[in-house]
Design a protein around this ligand. Structure first.
Ligand SMILES: *[C@@H]1O[C@H](CO)[C@@H](O)[C@H](O)[C@H]1NC(C)=O
Ligand SMILES: *[C@@H]1O[C@H](CO)[C@@H](O)[C@H](O)[C@H]1NC(C)=O
Ligand SMILES: *[C@@H]1O[C@H](CO)[C@@H](O)[C@H](O)[C@H]1NC(C)=O
Ligand SMILES: *[C@@H]1O[C@H](CO)[C@@H](O)[C@H](O)[C@H]1NC(C)=O
Length: 366
């Protein structure tokens, strides 16, 4: 009896979960953070505890990271229009406006992945063989911080519209128009920048507009392309982001994202976007961790992205298990500390709970 009840309850929750996924509107979505976003991710892409989407991090060179909205969208049929806006930030290990590597792209692709795509100048979009093939059925808007002689015409950071190829069909310096003037945008300043991409399915025109965050959307777009996108798309398309790095370790972040078919994408609430990690937390640890979002406390259900410093034999396993000592050697010590200082002096109360397990050397774990 009990068993049946259990099954029913579990089944009921299962249905609820499925139902919520489907509740993601087929005509669009609105993510002011990515905590509960309906996304598929691969490569280096992670979602931090505060809801920040991080496509690449500083843990390694030559990364790619992808995140796609998990449901297909019908972008080919009829004279469908769409509009999207998102906020990104690119932060290099070398600091604001220094060399960074490499760049990122908003991408519309026939799969929720870009298999076989390369890092470096390939932006996680294509490889040597696939680049330029019309069978890619890919539209991308790249924000590339590095000039590549093979693909680029702009000698420096640039924004480009890509159709199946890294050789952009239109590209320009990152800038925005305000009061009749064109102002430069430093896309790798580590500061958030907002992007609007709009496609008019009747006029067959795509526009791309950038502005520093908290700046009104400029009336004049940065880039335009007159092209019938239905000739590029398949029936089911997926929207998402791709980023890649090379030798300069670089974070590529997306703070919020809104998308709408046949209408204007809902405006993001810029004041409540997830916060980027601060300079001070990144100087304390060469791989600053986003899970550190408060000096009031923290919860780590695993240690995959915990904000900790380690020494001695201490390691974090792939699955997020924290191991203080192992069976490799005798007389080990291992330490782990939460990387942020806490104010415990005065009449402060605190509480903590953790789960531990001892394994003896004759019962090794991996
Ligand atoms: C290049 O990309 C294509 C398309 O995604 C993929 O099918 C192919 O396997 C990739 N080639 C290599 C050598 O990875
Ligand atoms: C590229 O975009 C600019 C700015 O909107 C526009 O003036 C120009 O005509 C576009 N070039 C092409 C080839 O579409
Ligand atoms: C935007 O976020 C702020 C801060 O969280 C909140 O006070 C405000 O109500 C939000 N506005 C909208 C329109 O959701
Ligand atoms: C701590 O509590 C004691 C007794 O209530 C009080 O005398 C003292 O000033 C408090 N100290 C601080 C730093 O708040």
């Amino acid at each position: 009896m009990m068993r049946t009840v259990y099954f029913k309850v579990i089944f009921f929750f299962f249905l609820l979960i499925i139902d919520q996924s489907l509740a993601a509107d087929e005509d669009g979505f609105f993510y002011n953070d990515f905590k509960a976003a309906f996304l598929t991710r691969d490569g280096a892409a992670r979602i931090a505890d505060n809801g920040l989407l991080r496509l690449t991090d500083l843990s390694d060179k030559y990364q790619t990271g992808h995140a796609f909205y998990a449901s297909p969208l019908k972008l080919k049929k009829g004279s469908v229009s769409f509009s999207t806006t998102f906020v990104f930030a690119i932060a290099s290990e070398l600091g604001a406006n220094k060399l960074s590597g490499q760049g990122m792209a908003f991408v519309i692709a026939p799969q929720r992945a870009l298999p076989g795509a390369l890092p470096n100048q390939y932006l996680g979009l294509f490889n040597d063989t696939s680049n330029g093939q019309s069978s890619n059925n890919v539209l991308a808007v790249e924000i590339d911080t590095v000039y590549n002689i093979e693909f680029d015409t702009i000698q420096g950071p640039h924004v480009g519209i890509d159709v199946n190829s890294l050789k952009s069909v239109n590209s320009t310096d990152p800038a925005y128009h305000v009061n009749g003037e064109s102002k430069q945008i430093n896309v790798n300043s580590g500061e958030p920048v907002q992007v609007w991409i709009e496609y008019d399915g009747i006029d067959k025109a795509l526009t791309v507009t950038l502005a520093p965050v908290n700046t009104l959307k400029p009336d004049i777009p940065l880039l335009t392309l007159s092209r019938d996108l239905s000739t590029i798309f398949l029936d089911d398309m997926y929207v998402g982001f791709s980023a890649s790095t090379q030798t300069v370790l670089t974070y590529h972040y997306i703070l919020g994202w809104s998308f709408k078919i046949d209408g204007a994408a809902n405006a993001l609430n810029l004041s409540s976007l997830p916060k980027l990690p601060t300079e001070s937390s990144s100087s304390q640890d060469t791989k600053p961790n986003l899970a550190a979002d408060s000096d009031q406390g923290f919860t780590y259900n695993d240690f995959k992205s915990a904000y900790i410093t380690r020494d001695g034999a201490a390691r974090v396993a792939e699955n997020g298990l924290l191991r203080l000592t192992d069976v490799r050697d005798k007389y080990e010590t291992g330490h782990v500390f939460y990387s942020g200082p806490l104010k415990l002096k005065g009449n402060v109360s605190f509480s903590t709970t953790f789960v531990f397990q001892l394994h003896l050397s004759w019962a090794p774990i991996n």
